[in-house]
Design a protein around this ligand. Structure first.
Ligand code: C2E
Ligand code: MG
Ligand code: MG
Length: 696
């Protein structure tokens, strides 16, 4: 055996191993057929070289050699042909093209040279291929036409060879055609012009060309398997091209996976909108642009009204569809250069830039609200979608991204408080509120709060309880009343941390009073809805009680009527867990909200605090006395105690006493006082055993 041929066998063997190992790691139809193709190529070479050496009959050697080369070419074709959708179809096509080609080459190898028979084999083969191709696709495609044209050209070449009596030339023509067509399909399969596909295509064309060259030079069958070393160069080029193609595919897949990951990290999975991370980036870009071009930019916070209701009533699937429809409506109304992002469950944010008139964001908000006017059709069911929008504009309302988002958020809360389907621009008042909010946040960490205590008295004048009332001093605005800062703390969520602080402070204070006076005094603490609605509220209260050593039976939590009645089931559950701790519960400002009497008796309420607005007009002619009387008899029949809030005059006190109210709280007796003053009051009140009204 020539050295060149021995090297070729070794190289092909190595290629089989290489493609085998690639196939093990990346199983695909394409690689499977490439692997098979190289196995057939190796067998082709081995038969050609070893057949005569081991004394194999010439016909068998030539038949085997040409068949395996035909099979190799077929494998390379079906590996990349686009007309096949799966493995089975590829095998089908290979069989359709392979059987006539193999029949022809075997017949010629066995010296069967009847021209009509050979022509019939080729013609019937052509028919079978067309039939199979059509059954695979059932429609005309470019690939189908190329394949059909290539088959016709090949059949024509073979038939003319037969006509000229050059039967072996027909075998070469078939092999050459298969490899050249492999090249054509390969570059169609990889339309990107990169080094891998280009190398493979050139290799295949050269491979086919070399076979044509041998075929036309020498028609002797023995030369068909004379894989002279020079002729093998195209084979190596094809192998190199295929390996490069696989590597390129791997690099491409890795890049694609990276792109997918980056997209996932920056986009919301449900709506495909930018998420908070990307929103921050877009916003900072918009602000940088606005600074550079001296234009305005706006942030709009959009919160859907009653989305929770849609989710709870129709389920999460409908909720998801609902959100997607909302997004497509909103997207249709914003400019391409603007950003619509999903910033929370039912919250969206629009960043708009490159405008000058301050009225632009309001117009966009009007458009957005208008596009939601028409109910959304979700699974054939019309669902109304409205939203509240808060707008903040750069540089008017804030100078940085964080401030702008916070301002827009606050404006949105204000819109929500006003009702539904509204937008609100950040205003001067809102700016003050934001300033207060910033200082509240600071005060949580650095101090700035104070707690005062307003006493409540028994009818007989003994001190019964004190209500803890929070005070906040703003560094420039001075004392700010709770009616102003509590809603701001609630809107921003800061009330949760502030409420915890109050609870802890008051518990510590009550322990101090007990230790100093030997008397336990009941303390009433106001609780906000946001605090109360947290799942861990009762646990948190229990923790604070345990840590401070306060006696739960001397702690009363004041909840507002609206809070309790908003969700009676949840309130009842929460109240029961608090009662289990031994805490008492009062309903504050009773009569100002809406109470369903049918629910009231099912809640573990100890005290009703009659709102100051009723006490204020209790002594007036045609005033609120009948209402107070009704509330008291209601409380009595439900076994609850009553507190009259805001008693300021003797006339009010007289009526309250006459109506037999349990406790009295008001400026007539005492303004809110400091902790040490309570201690003083505690000792004197108990020593004197009488009521000591203080002047307002
Ligand atoms: P509230 O719980 O109904 O507290 C009673 C309010 O009425 C207190 O106002 C008190 O100073 C005032 N008041 C008491 N007697 C009289 C009176 O005779 N005449 C008049 N004109 N007013 C009287 P304040 O301290 O301004 O508190 C207002 C509201 O702020 C409280 O109403 C409560 O809802 C809320 N609040 C106060 N501290 C806290 C707190 O620590 N947490 C929470 N969540 N809310 C608090
Ligand atoms: Mg209160
Ligand atoms: Mg009250």
């Amino acid at each position: 055996m020539e050295l060149g041929n021995a090297i070729s066998i070794l190289v092909l063997g190595f290629l089989v191993l290489v493609f085998g190992s690639i196939l093990r790691r990346r199983a695909s139809d394409q690689l499977q057929f490439w692997f098979l193709g190289w196995v057939f190529s190796l067998v082709h070479l081995l038969t050609g070289q070893l057949g005569p050496m081991i004394g194999m009959a010439n016909q068998i050697t030539s038949s085997l050699s040409s068949s395996t080369n035909i099979l190799a070419g077929l494998c390379f074709i079906v590996a990349v042909v686009n007309t096949c959708a799966n493995y089975r179809q590829r095998v089908c096509l290979a069989a359709a093209a392979g059987v006539p080609a193999l029949l022809y080459s075997s017949a010629v190898s066995w010296h069967v040279t009847a021209k009509p028979l050979l022509s019939a084999i080729i013609a019937s083969g052509l028919g079978i291929i067309f039939r199979v191709l059509w059954s695979l696709n059932r429609r005309f495609s470019r690939d189908l036409l190329y394949t059909a044209a290539a088959c016709c050209a090949l059949a024509f070449l073979v038939v003319t060879s037969i006509a000229r009596g050059e039967f072996v030339g027909g075998i070469y023509a078939i092999q050459a055609g298969l490899f050249i067509f492999s090249g054509v399909l390969f570059c169609r399969r990889f339309p990107r012009w990169s080094i891998g596909p280009i190398t493979t295509t050139i290799g295949f064309v050269a491979w086919g060309g070399s076979l044509l060259g041998i075929g036309s030079e020498k028609y002797g069958l023995s030369n068909a398997f004379m894989f002279g070393s020079a002729w093998n160069a195209p084979v190596y080029v094809v192998a190199l091209g295929m390996i490069l193609t696989v590597l390129e595919e791997q690099i491409q897949e890795a890049a694609e996976a990276g792109r997918r990951l980056a997209h996932q990290a920056h986009h919301d999975a449900l709506t495909g909108l930018p998420n908070r991370v990307l929103l921050e980036d877009r916003l900072s870009q918009a602000l940088a642009r606005a600074r550079r071009t001296k234009t305005r930019a706006a942030v709009m916070c959009i919160d859907l009204d009653r989305f929770k209701q849609v989710n709870d009533t129709f389920g999460h699937h409908v909720g998801d569809l609902f959100l997607k429809s909302v997004v497509s409506r909103l997207n249709s109304r914003i400019r391409e250069s603007d950003t619509l992002a999903r910033s929370g469950g039912d919250e969206f944010t629009v960043v708009s830039s490159d405008f000058e008139a301050p009225s632009v964001p309001a117009r966009i908000a009007e458009n957005l609200l208008e596009t939601l006017q028409e109910p959304l059709m979700i699974q054939g069911c019309p669902l109304p979608a409205t939203a509240c929008i808060g707008i903040a504009t750069f540089p008017d309302d804030a100078k940085d991204a964080e401030g702008l988002v916070r301002a827009a958020d606050q404006a949105m809360y204000r819109a929500k408080n006003r009702g539904r389907n509204l937008y609100e621009c950040f205003s001067a008042e809102a700016r003050d509120a934001l300033d207060i909010q910033n200082h509240l946040r600071k005060a949580i960490d650095e101090g700035g709060f104070e707690i005062v205590y307003q006493p409540q008295f028994f009818k007989n004048g003994d001190l019964a309880c004190v209500e803890a009332l929070l005070r906040f001093r703003h560094p420039t605005l001075g004392k700010i009343p709770p009616s102003r800062f509590i809603p701001i703390a609630e809107e921003s969520g800061l009330i949760v941390a502030i409420g915890d602080w109050v609870l802890r402070q008051v518990c510590c204070q009550s322990v101090k009073w007990r230790n100093c006076s030997g008397i336990s005094l009941k303390v009433a603490i106001n609780v906000s809805a946001l605090q109360f609605n947290r799942i861990d509220f009762a646990d948190n209260v229990a923790k604070i009680l345990a840590e401070t050593g306060a006696d739960p039976s001397f702690v009363e939590l004041e909840l507002t009527e609206g809070l309790v009645m908003n969700n009676v089931e949840d309130s009842s559950r929460q109240m029961k867990s608090l009662k289990l701790l031994g805490i008492q519960i009062a309903v504050d400002d009773f009569g100002t909200g809406y109470s369903s009497l049918s629910y009231l008796h099912r809640l573990p309420i100890d005290t009703l605090k009659i709102d100051r607005s009723f006490v204020e007009k209790i002594a007036d002619l045609g005033g609120t006395r009948p209402i107070v009387e009704t509330i008291m008899s209601l409380a009595r029949s439900l076994g609850m105690r009553t507190v009259a809030e805001g008693v300021e005059t003797q006339a009010q006190l007289d009526i309250i006493r006459e109506l037999d109210c349990d406790f009295i709280q008001g400026f007539l007796f005492s303004h809110p006082v400091s902790g040490p003053e309570v201690l003083e009051l505690l000792t004197t009140s108990y020593r004197a055993g009488s009521l000591c009204p203080s002047t307002p």
